[in-house]
Design a protein around this ligand. Structure first.
Ligand code: ADP
Ligand code: ZN
Length: 731
């Protein structure tokens, strides 16, 4: 090993631990020394904690008191590029390094060595005496070919007690041996033929592959309507990456989408890739983590945190549905996986593919500015065409009270059912009714701990706070005036819409797709498969349905309230509405049948609604970009959100005001601070929330100034401060 990269026994090393310490700790290299980046266990007070050798020791501590590293863990050392990535990502998001290290070590039992287990195979010897049970064991081993089985697996499959197996081992007829627990993943074969590509698909694939061949950093926006074959195209880039012996990572926004994708990978490459998300068992997570570092896997499909796996030679990161808001981690380390993917790739000479039908404005602007390449797939594959889109002007429709499906939309649904096709009614509101009001006194039922109204969930027979998750039974009497039987729902959620649908289309089979109605990701997956196979006539869904599911018989999408996303103070409201509506509309007519999307709106003349209907996306982006440029907000300026929270309202306001007064470090870089103001949701879980917003020029060194600014004051006990760089939402 090179001198610099290895520390000999007794040398001082600086170790980064997962403990909240805010600095590196000095230790002495243990017997046998340790490599730079090695995973180690070190003593800290009376405990032993996980750490990584981050560099040479500083020697600032009393040398006599420096303790040795307890042991070096049996795991591939964290590579220089990964250490650089964690450092840069931590600096950018102002996240302490111990938390960054935790992100990179989210696999249980890392310290336990490779982990051996006993496995059993057929041996050369013959048993002295054959019994039925012994015959079954030997036959079972035969059946499994050369595969090694554990004692439990073998005895179970043969239907014998474990002592029978042990008896055969004693006689040499079965061999017992140790085998590592974390096995490499089955080989993916990039040479298996893919689908023949259409001309524009082939051109797109070719240009992605050029970047992969060059083995340099580059980011490409792969833009194409839903169904244009973006997935087919980037699978070709994955193939090229595997051919070159490098690893690939595909990030998906939603666990529910993984199953369909894994099947496609298996069809393309002949085996299933590694999977990484919250639904994966801890044994399997450990295996993925280790194999990523040792090169025992070629492709990982996963959620945003897969970015922090210790890949040994990452050549490609695909961010599918790159505009999806779930890529932004909203608690703990506040990072956007899309941006971090670009950072990581730039440090390891990898390519990034950002795939979307409706990219976010940041990505669009980066492509405009030439920082990202851009490839457009303009037509849908095969005969599938983009649906026709029309507005239903709700001001002109005759609506009965407490009904939300206009006569025009109802007629369209009717026609689809008659034709044996599916219709989707989209409403981005979970539950039965967003508001419960007392008809006697006008009181609206709110959450006890938050500044939010409680949403009635009739399936669960409870009121639920969508902010903190608190629930309570629906009261009989008004909590304010005591009147009984006067509480009434106001406005629709998907459950209430389902009632209207059942009343209007009594013959139709109705499926409601809302995340809270499914106990598990598996249950949801099964429902989606059932619907895709024709198991429903009318689908009622929240934004869950906007995310890439393929329903071939779906030909009509009705958007119940297209104006919903246009309200609110969020700077991304227009962009979000635009994306969501286009995604939802993209669900219609994915197979041979042509689709129709109908948008119920009270403001058909609104620029966003007009852009959606007109299909002139570039015009929408340009107008939105000009608006943001004028306001000096992202991507043309920089924002940081600072949220202070405390059970004590006065304390939190005072602290916020004091911070705002001491704005010299911010003014020095030309940044401005706004607030403190009550956050849009002013109380969550009994904590009062106050927000400051910092706005700076695009080129200003914002992080350093923010750190200096926030570091001036020590928050009082019980007051929490979180800083969100590039905030996506303004909660
Ligand atoms: P996107 O990712 O843009 O939504 P997909 O790659 O999922 O599009 O393609 C949509 C559908 O069309 C999929 O069922 C896919 O298998 C099919 N498809 C796309 N391109 C081809 C092709 N060249 N040959 C055969 N089927 C294709
Ligand atoms: Zn609440």
């Amino acid at each position: 090993m090179i001198g610099e990269e290895h520390f000999s026994e007794g040398e001082l090393v600086a170790v980064l631990t997962t403990e909240p310490l805010d600095r590196l700790l000095d230790y002495r290299a243990p017997e046998g020394g340790c490599a730079l980046g090695a995973f180690v266990e070190v003593p800290l007070g009376p405990r032993r904690v996980l750490g990584v050798v981050w560099g040479p020791g500083e020697g600032s501590f009393d040398p006599a008191k420096i303790r040795p590293v307890t042991r070096v863990l049996d795991a591939a050392p964290l590579r220089g590029e990964m250490r650089a990535f964690l450092t840069r990502a931590g600096t950018y998001t102002l996240t302490p390094m111990n938390i960054m290290l935790r992100l990179a070590t989210r696999a249980p039992g890392l310290g336990e060595g490779p982990g051996m287990r006993k496995v059993y195979r057929r041996g050369g010897g013959m048993p002295d005496r054959m019994t039925d049970a012994r015959v079954r064991v030997l036959e079972t081993l035969e059946e499994f070919g050369g595969a090694a089985l554990t004692l439990g697996e073998l005895a179970g499959a043969a239907g014998v007690s474990t002592s029978v197996v042990k008896g055969l081992v004693a006689q040499g007829a079965v061999i017992e041996e140790e085998s590592p627990r974390d096995l490499p993943y089955p080989h993916l074969d990039p040479e298996l033929p893919g689908k023949p590509l259409a001309e524009d698909q082939a051109k797109a694939a070719e240009s992605l592959c050029e970047g992969i061949e060059a083995e340099t950093y580059g980011t490409t926006l792969l833009k194409g309507v839903t169904g244009s074959g973006k997935t087919e195209v980037y699978l070709e880039a994955v193939a090229e990456c595997l051919r070159r012996g490098r690893q690939a990572l595909v990030l998906l926004p939603e666990i529910a989408l993984t199953a369909e994708f894994l099947t496609r990978v298996e069809a393309r490459f002949g085996a299933r890739p590694a999977e990484w998300h919250s639904g994966v068992t801890s044994t399997e997570r450990r295996r993925v983590w280790r194999m990523a570092g040792e090169g025992g896997l070629q492709l990982v499909v996963g959620a945003r945190s897969a970015l922090f796996l210790p890949f040994c030679d990452l050549g490609l990161i695909v961010v599918d549905e790159e505009h999806d808001t779930s890529y932004k981690q909203e608690d703990g380390a506040l990072y956007n996986a899309r941006d971090m993917a670009v950072l990581r790739a730039s440090l390891c000479d990898a390519q990034v593919v950002l795939s979307s039908a409706t990219p976010c404005l940041e990505t669009w602007a980066n492509a405009e500015a030439g920082k990202y390449a851009r490839i457009d797939l303009t037509s849908r594959f095969g005969v599938a065409e983009l649906p026709e889109m029309r507005a239903i002007d709700m001001r002109a429709e005759r609506m009965e009270p407490n009904h939300w499906i206009s006569p025009t939309l109802a007629r369209a649904v009717e026609a689809r059912i008659k034709a044996g096709e599916q219709a989707l009614l989209f409403l981005n509101r979970r539950g039965y009714a967003p508001v419960t009001i007392c008809r006697a006194c006008g009181h609206q039922i709110g959450c006890d701990d938050c500044d939010a109204r409680m949403v009635e969930h009739r399936f669960q027979k409870r009121l639920v706070c969508h902010q903190c998750g608190a629930t309570k039974p629906m009261p009989v009497a008004c909590p304010s005036c005591g009147a009984e039987g006067r509480l009434a729902p106001v406005g629709p959620g998907v459950e209430r819409l389902a009632e209207e649908v059942a009343a209007r289309f009594p013959e139709a089979r109705v499926a409601v797709l809302s995340s809270d109605l499914f106990a598990s990701a598996r249950a949801l997956k099964e429902k989606i498969a059932e619907i895709a196979a024709g198991g429903a006539d009318i689908i009622i869904g929240t934004q869950l349905v906007a995310k890439g599911h393929n329903f071939p018989m779906l030909t009509l999408v009705g958007v119940i309230d297209a104006d919903l996303g246009l309200q609110g103070s969020d700077l991304r409201a227009a962009e979000r509405t635009f994306q969501l509506m286009r995604q939802v509309a993209g669900r219609a007519g994915r197979a041979e049948r042509k689709g129709l999307a109908l948008l119920q709106t009270c403001q058909p003349e609104h620029p966003v609604i007009r852009a959606i209907l007109g299909g002139d996306e570039e015009a929408f982006w340009r107008a939105e970009a000009a608006e943001r440029q004028r306001a000096g907000v992202p991507p043309y300026g920089r924002l940081a959100g600072v949220v202070l929270s405390s059970p004590d309202l006065q304390a939190v306001f005072e602290f916020g005001s004091e911070l705002a007064r001491r704005d010299a470090p911010l003014r020095r870089i030309g940044a401005e601070v706004f607030g403190p103001a009550p956050a849009p949701i002013a109380r969550v879980r009994g904590r009062h929330r106050v927000r400051l917003l910092v706005k700076a020029d695009k080129s200003a060194p914002l992080q350093a100034a923010l750190a200096e600014w926030a570091g001036q004051l020590k928050p009082p006990a019980n007051l929490r401060m979180s800083i969100d760089i590039d905030p996506q939402t303004f909660y």
